[in-house]
Design a protein around this ligand. Structure first.
Ligand SMILES: C[S@@+](CC[C@H](N)C(=O)[O-])C[C@H]1O[C@@H](n2cnc3c(N)ncnc32)[C@H](O)[C@@H]1O
Length: 299
């Protein structure tokens, strides 16, 4: 168990270090406006992510290592390589590099308070036997959001059999999904959680693993991670009770947001809930949801 934790930790550290930046002493090739436009158009077409001109330097710095590793001298050559790669892996790498993955445990606490104190007690009252609930964290990044949902569930319904409860968690970015799947985080990441929750839901690393925690199996087993591009048709056979899609649509244009919200509505059970990020709103798009409170909607 400890040895596995060690390997996992080393892998995570490598993953984090390899996650971006150009590296010390590396010459950064220039990116022209035309090259930036080509790449941002490609990202927009495939992931719906809008990269404004202000992101040019960020894109340049994040992609420089790709050029170097492939011995390419221009961003145009890199763009051509992505287009010509029939495996699709270059495109996955590009999307991994440009997506913004900021997240946190217990982020935007009002959502989790509402879930634990208002929504789950009602859902629990309605269910006579074992709960059969389906949650979805759409755009889950490195896992903090779905794991927080799992902890809220375990805390609110401690005496119920959870075998019929599943939290599906998807993202377009394969690197953050790997981190999420490992469930290992620097200790500083769990600071937003109370000491009681840290003790109950995390295992602390010791000796050489000092400074890291791992999500306990009781939490982990509730969550299933998978890659999904929200621009593509959803693969689900059954509808959801609750969908979290927070701080994802902010990167999309209005028409993309409208279509995505329509798809969420379609795959929620009647009475199901949609949570969006606190800086997001459905105000300016047409949709069929009923407003519950800011950033919380009901089908
Ligand atoms: C800022 S993070 C938000 C994470 C979490 N929901 C939260 O609020 O803390 C946005 C996530 O959306 C993902 N994302 C962006 N475009 C996507 C797409 N087209 N399909 C799926 N995920 C996408 C990014 O990879 C990133 O991990």
């Amino acid at each position: 168990m400890v040895a596995t934790f060690a390997k996992e930790k080393a892998r995570q550290v490598r993953g984090v270090q390899g996650g971006g930046g150009s590296g010390l002493g590396m010459a950064m090739p220039e990116i022209t406006d035309a090259e930036f436009n080509q790449l941002s158009q490609l990202v927009y077409q495939h992931a719906g992510i809008h990269l404004p001109p202000q992101k040019k330097e960020l894109v340049r710095s994040r992609l420089t290592k790709f050029l170097r590793n492939r011995k390419l001298t221009s961003f145009h050559d890199y763009y051509q390589m992505v287009l010509e790669d029939t495996t699709g892996l270059e495109l996955v790498g590009l999307l991994d590099a440009v997506s913004t993955n900021m997240t946190a445990f217990w982020r935007e606490p009002k959502h989790f308070e509402f879930l634990g104190q208002e929504l789950l007690p009602v859902m629990r009252q309605k269910c006579k036997r074992t709960p059969q609930w389906r949650f979805w964290s759409a755009g889950c990044s490195s896992g903090e959001e779905p794991y927080t949902i799992a902890m809220v569930l375990l805390n609110a319904i401690p005496d119920k059999d959870m075998s019929g409860v599943k939290i599906y968690a998807s993202d377009i970015n394969t690197q953050v999904l790997n981190q999420a799947q490992r469930g290992i985080y620097p200790l500083s990441r769990v600071e937003p959680l109370s000491p009681e929750w840290r003790r109950r839901y995390f295992q602390k690393g010791v000796n050489q693993f000092e400074g890291y925690v791992r999500v306990k199996p009781v939490v982990k087993q509730l969550v299933e991670f998978f890659r999904l591009n929200l621009m593509e048709p959803f693969p689900f056979k059954e509808d959801f009770d609750v969908i979290f899609c927070r701080n994802v649509m902010i990167y999309f244009e209005k028409s993309t947001q409208t279509e995505l919200v329509r798809k969420f509505h379609h795959c929620l059970k009647p009475g199901g809930y949609l949570f969006i990020g606190h800086s997001e709103s459905l105000c300016n798009i047409s949709h069929q949801f009923a407003y519950v409170k800011p950033t919380i909607y009901r089908k």
